[in-house]
Design a protein around this ligand. Structure first.
Ligand SMILES: Nc1nc2c(ncn2[C@@H]2O[C@H](COP(=O)(O)OP(=O)(O)OP(=O)(O)O)[C@@H](O)[C@H]2O)c(=O)[nH]1
Ligand SMILES: [Mg+2]
Length: 331
């Protein structure tokens, strides 16, 4: 197998030249940094046997003199394997491996380097709060996405952070929905208010001055929920009470990419502020959902990683998302 040496002002540029010269399957066999840039020895594909690898390393040593080959190959391979298992796109995989290859000389473990790179790969929601303003968190999602479960978890979290909170559900027609809401409210120690119209939330704040936060659980029928959100926005605008409405989309990691895209398309008019990725515990390929959020510039606010209302909700963070991709665990 021929070995080629390629130069660049830095590793990234050298890799771009290498890919142009040898194609997408080119692998870095060895690397040398010089004051004027980076020289890499590249082979057209991954060697098939240890003997072939040794021959490549030998040839690379002859060409550029520094035996970093095995470490580079082995290091990025481990990252590549992990990302492939997580369902990462070719683009994310290449970007991460290139960045890791460029940092191997730092001496850190390649997976830790990959975790650092991935911790800035996905958007994390800031959810800034205005002092003195009351809050509505409204949950959109398809049927069974985990809206009610997440709403209860969020209500419990808001209550625990010291805000007087109510759980409001407009999902009243589905059999069992009211009972589920009451039971969830009891578990979280949060009062539940059923309401036919979301606009009633504005009146709740007016009638109950001590109320600071409402978590609004919706029906899962997108068209109906969009109308309800519009009515709520209008009612809040007219109200004298100062309330910030945050629209959250519950996006199950277990849904197909097509289903996720269809849902996000349908609810686009609602101006979603952030995503709650649900059912992370039931999915072995976390990367596509996170990449979709990234492509759509939809920041991720929370991760729901199980059915337990008290324990299974995490605030999203760069490290947490990287951990999810590399180790299938939320931090
Ligand atoms: N494993 C797992 N199960 C979850 C998670 N979130 C919700 N579930 C389960 O998914 C099922 C549906 O959850 P719900 O919260 O009722 O979903 P929903 O979107 O309100 O459903 P509808 O109101 O019927 O549209 C229930 O069995 C939940 O226990 C999660 O993060 N992980
Ligand atoms: Mg529900």
């Amino acid at each position: 197998m021929p070995v080629l040496t390629v130069k660049g002002t830095d590793l990234r540029e050298a890799l771009v030249h290498a890919r142009k010269a040898l194609g997408d399957h080119a692998v870095v066999v060895s690397r040398m940094d010089t004051p004027s840039g980076t020289v890499i020895a590249v082979a057209p594909e991954v060697p098939r046997s240890p003997q072939a690898l040794e021959a490549l390393r030998h040839e690379a040593r002859r060409l550029i003199g520094r035996p970093q080959a095995h470490a580079t190959l082995a290091g990025t391979r481990e990252v590549e394997r992990c990302l492939s298992r997580a369902g990462a796109s070719r683009k994310l995989l290449e970007r991460t491996c290139e960045a890791v290859a460029g940092r191997l000389s730092e001496g850190a473990h390649p997976l830790d380097l990959a975790a650092e790179e991935l911790s800035v790969a996905f958007p994390v929601a800031q959810l800034k709060r205005r002092r003195g303003a009351k809050v509505v968190l409204a949950l959109l999602g398809t049927a069974g996405a985990g809206k009610s479960t997440t709403a209860a978890k969020l209500a419990g979290r808001m209550q625990a952070s010291g805000r007087t909170t109510a759980l409001v559900t407009i999902d009243l027609d589905r059999p069992g929905a009211r009972a589920q809401a009451s039971s969830n409210g009891r578990t979280m120690g949060v009062p539940v208010a059923p309401a036919r119209d979301a606009a009633r939330v504005a009146r709740l704040f007016e009638a109950e001055p001590s109320l600071e936060c409402v978590v609004l659980d919706m029906t899962g029928r997108s068209e109906h929920d969009l109308e309800q959100l519009e009515a709520l926005r209008a009612a809040l605008l007219q109200s004298e009470v100062d309330v910030d409405l945050t629209v959250l989309a519950a996006l199950p990691m277990t849904s197909s990419r097509q289903a996720q895209e269809r849902f996000l398309g349908r609810i686009a008019p609602a101006s979603v502020d952030a995503v709650v990725v649900t059912k992370t515990d039931e999915c072995d390929v976390p990367a596509p959902t996170l990449e979709l959020c990234s492509e759509r510039r939809l920041p991720i606010a929370f991760l729901s990683n199980g059915r337990d209302l008290a324990t299974d909700l995490r605030r999203a963070s760069g490290e947490g998302l990287a951990n999810l991709v590399l180790r299938r665990r939320v931090a």
